[in-house]
Design a protein around this ligand. Structure first.
Ligand SMILES: Cc1ncc(COP(=O)(O)O)c(C=O)c1O
Length: 384
């Protein structure tokens, strides 16, 4: 492992062999819900590129759109027509995205939202809940982040109404933004969501929903749509991952007056509007609209979640819990060692099933795929 020229793997720490399956460590190809390793062995996958793919790998309509964009030159000297077209198409589905900016990664887009909030409020402090990427502003405990930056950020506990209210009120006039993932393993309570909206308004802070995982998954419009917050939406929203079905694209968007600050501050990325990811996102949105993708993810995911509960009942000493929601779920194991063994055993049977947050179903997973995966998991548990 130490001989690799890409120490720690380029893509993300979450794809390290020790975080996943041991072997297979790398892949060569993916299609639908299937993945092939260097020896040509086929696996059924529930990692789905850490949630970046909801239609299945290499979806034909998305690939065709990407190929057309490649033939059209990919990039050029001027901003592309495609970015305005995609912004329009997104706003038809997600009207609270009054204005948007495109970036390449989720981390960049959330950082942009925080920058916009700081510009609008002329305040510095930020409360965050969940994971918001690797950049300095939210990485309190990470080596290499300056202490002065750390002091501006604190973690808001998920779903804790009293503590959340207290933390927002405590910081009131210093607070620029509250950034939350609307689902962190469990669903949010109505009270928590309402408290966030009411308390940020009261203190003059900007409410940002980080819908990088939940957008284009719980609904096209993410948790705001799922939990019917359209009339009291957050001020800014960030989308990424499944948005372009695996092509690199993220969006920061929301209230027009806040987004206007994008031209007063500096948010810029040379390749942010290359045409391939924009075309892929447009095609992805069309498939979501045409095929009720979110309905499929919910139905198939519910079958998986119920099956995982049965697995837990069958192996209560090894599987200590089922976590997550239909669209994104995983098992809790009795120990780290057991979890590694089961992930590895399942992989050796041809199933890539993550041992921590989250596993994702896609449009390419059907009921049969889910049932076979559950049987493989049970076999791995039996033979452990
Ligand atoms: C909720 C959330 N926000 C932000 C990010 C960061 O996105 P990226 O890895 O594309 O920078 C992630 C990635 O997992 C995420 O799940």
């Amino acid at each position: 492992m130490n001989d690799w020229r890409v120490p720690g793997f380029t893509s993300t720490g979450s794809k390290r062999p020790d975080a996943l399956f041991g072997t297979p460590a790398r892949m060569t190809r993916a299609s639908g819900c299937r993945v092939w390793d260097e020896s040509g062995r086929e696996y059924v996958d529930f990692v789905m590129a850490l949630g970046a793919v909801a239609l299945g790998y290499g979806h034909p309509a998305v690939n065709r759109a990407a190929e057309t964009a490649i033939a059209a030159g990919v990039v050029g000297p001027l901003p592309p027509v495609a970015e305005e077209e995609l912004a329009e198409a997104l706003a038809r589905q997600i009207p609270w995205l009054e204005r948007v900016r495109f970036l390449k990664t989720g981390a960049e887009a959330v950082a942009a939202a925080v920058r916009l909030a700081r510009v609008a409020t002329r305040r510095d402090e930020v409360l965050g809940c969940g994971y918001h990427g690797w950049l300095d502003w939210c990485q309190g405990a990470t080596e290499g982040v300056p202490a002065a930056v750390r002091r501006l950020f604190a973690e808001l506990p998920f779903n804790d109404v009293a503590k959340g209210r207290e933390m927002i009120r405590e910081r009131a006039s210093r607070l620029a933004a509250v950034v939350v993932e609307p689902v962190v393993v469990t669903e949010p309570s109505r009270e928590w969501l309402h408290m966030l909206r009411a308390e940020t308004q009261r203190s003059g802070a900007i409410l940002i929903f980080d819908e990088i995982k939940t957008g284009f998954r719980l609904a096209i419009g993410g948790a705001v749509a799922r939990y019917e917050l359209q009339t009291t939406p957050p001020d800014l929203v960030v989308l990424g991952k499944a948005l372009a079905n695996g092509f690199p694209l993220a969006v920061v968007g929301g209230r027009a007056d806040l987004m206007a600050a994008a031209s007063r501050t500096w948010i810029s990325s040379t390749l942010a509007t290359e045409g391939v990811a924009l075309a892929a996102a447009r095609a992805t949105l069309e498939v979501f609209e045409r095929e009720d993708v979110c309905g499929h993810l919910h139905r198939t995911g519910t079958r998986l979640l119920h099956g995982l509960h049965e697995v837990q009942r069958a192996f209560p000493h090894v599987v200590t819990g089922v976590a997550g929601i239909a669209e994104m779920c995983f098992l809790h194991y009795a120990s780290e060692e057991v979890s590694r063994t089961i992930a590895h055993q399942a992989a050796s049977r041809g199933l890539l099933f993550k041992r921590t947050a989250y596993n994702f179903v896609s449009l390419a997973h059907d009921e049969g795929t889910v049932d076979r995966a559950l049987a493989q998991l049970s076999d791995a548990l039996k033979d452990r």
